[in-house]
Write a protein that binds this ligand. Structure first.
Ligand code: BJ8
Length: 382
């Protein structure tokens, strides 16, 4: 049986290992849908018997190629995702039969227009307000349009039975993901934040949902039993950090590692892939399309205006995880998250009386030392 470090390293390698898997699935006749965002209703892709693969770029390698066409002053996640498509360097993009994107931030939605010249692309018009009925109705009709596109593109019928089964499956995945990250409610936490991040990132590149569910359940059980047997990977006095802001895939190695090398421990990720995408389930008792629309429009991403639910979620997590400090990651040129830092800072310093650190970074390694110094000073004052 594998040890915990071996299991976490396995999740780290999941992206590379998935290359072969996606090729096999493609050769066996499976359709592949490339997605970029937490707003994509995966249930519709699964109900169409296709597999959903995440295409958000997390590497700086394809950025120079992307910058030949896109402005340099654009978020690295957008440039990296586009660069992968442009250079055919990413097998997931290469094997995708259809790409699905949403009109989230300006950079992403304009980049999707260009991607549409390379690959079949379906763009969902995302309303920017989760509080009013008109926005909800518009989003529900976008969900129905995606259903029609899936059926047309892949020549399948998404029956009521299939969509309900997909909802149950993805809900189960969310529940086990939540049970996994809630391990860090324990004090001291039974795992390091970097290992948690590797796992949350790695499951995106495993395509059999039942396999993800089984692996996460087994991992949670193993972490718990080793903890009960006395294994303590984190010292009791390590400051407990909540990380919020932009998606972390491309910067986790420098930021999360810096927190933990400085003596802190990340116990909660409010970002996409963590709490933001997994706390709320799709209501299984309702009309499936209405329930899917409700779940996805309620994601409190900074592209929404106003976005009070994010502040509420942050407060809830700060209290629930007994947080000592909040670190916010802003990817360069992400205006929506950057503007919201003012509200986040007020909430963390004012309501909770806790220290807050905002770091603006990109995918290069050039600021690694500077980040380590700033995080080191931040952790030291706790
Ligand atoms: S639901 S966080 S995955 S949009 S970081 S590309 S917002 S400029 S990634 Fe995101 Fe969906 Fe929201 Fe989540 Fe634009 Fe900002 Fe870049 Fe961003």
């Amino acid at each position: 049986m594998k040890s915990l470090p071996e299991i976490f390293d396995g999740f780290s390698d999941a992206r590379k290992e998935g290359f072969l898997k996606v090729k096999e699935l493609k050769e066996s006749g499976k359709n592949v849908v490339g997605i970029f965002c937490t707003y994509t209703p995966k249930e519709l892709i699964i109900a169409a018997d296709a597999i959903a693969v995440g295409l958000c770029g997390t590497s700086e390698d394809p950025i120079p190629a992307a910058e030949k066409e896109l402005p340099r002053n654009l978020c690295p996640l957008i440039k990296s995702s586009y660069g992968f498509a442009l250079t055919d360097q990413c097998p997931y993009t290469y094997f995708s039969d259809l790409l699905v994107g949403e009109t989230t931030c300006d950079g992403k939605k304009k980049m999707y227009e260009l991607l549409g010249d390379m690959k079949p692309m379906h763009i969902m018009q995302l309303p920017q307000n989760y509080n009013d009925k008109e926005s909800f109705d518009m989003w529900e009709s976008e969900i129905m349009k995606l259903k029609e596109r899936m059926e047309e593109q892949f020549g399948v019928k998404i029956t009521d039975e299939k969509i309900r089964a997909a909802i149950r499956l993805v809900n189960e995945e969310r529940k086990v993901t939540k049970e996994f990250y809630e391990l860090s409610l324990l004090n001291p936490p039974p795992l390091k934040g970097l290992d948690m991040q590797k796992t949350l990132e790695g499951i995106k590149f495993k395509f059999e949902r039942t396999q993800i569910i089984d692996e996460l359940k087994a991992l949670t059980k193993k972490v718990k039993s080793e903890y009960e047997a006395g294994h303590r990977p984190v010292p009791e006095d390590a400051p407990r950090i909540l990380v919020t802001g932009c998606p972390l895939g491309g910067v986790a190695d420098k930021v999360i590692k810096a927190v933990e090398d400085s003596g802190g421990v990340v116990v909660c990720y409010e970002n996409c892939g963590g709490v933001k995408s997994n706390e709320r389930l799709v209501d299984e008792s309702k009309d499936p399309y209405e329930a899917i629309a409700e779940k996805y429009i309620s994601i409190p991403c900074s592209v929404m205006s106003p976005n009070d639910d994010r502040m509420e979620l942050l407060s809830e997590m700060v209290e629930k995880y007994n947080i000592d400090g909040v670190v916010e990651i802003i990817l360069q040129a992400c205006h929506t998250y950057n503007v919201e830092t003012i509200e986040v800072k007020k909430r963390v310093n004012g309501k909770h009386g806790l220290p807050y650190l905002c770091l603006e970074t990109d995918y290069s390694k050039s600021d690694t030392g500077q980040i380590l110094t700033r995080i080191g000073a931040f952790i030291e004052m706790m």
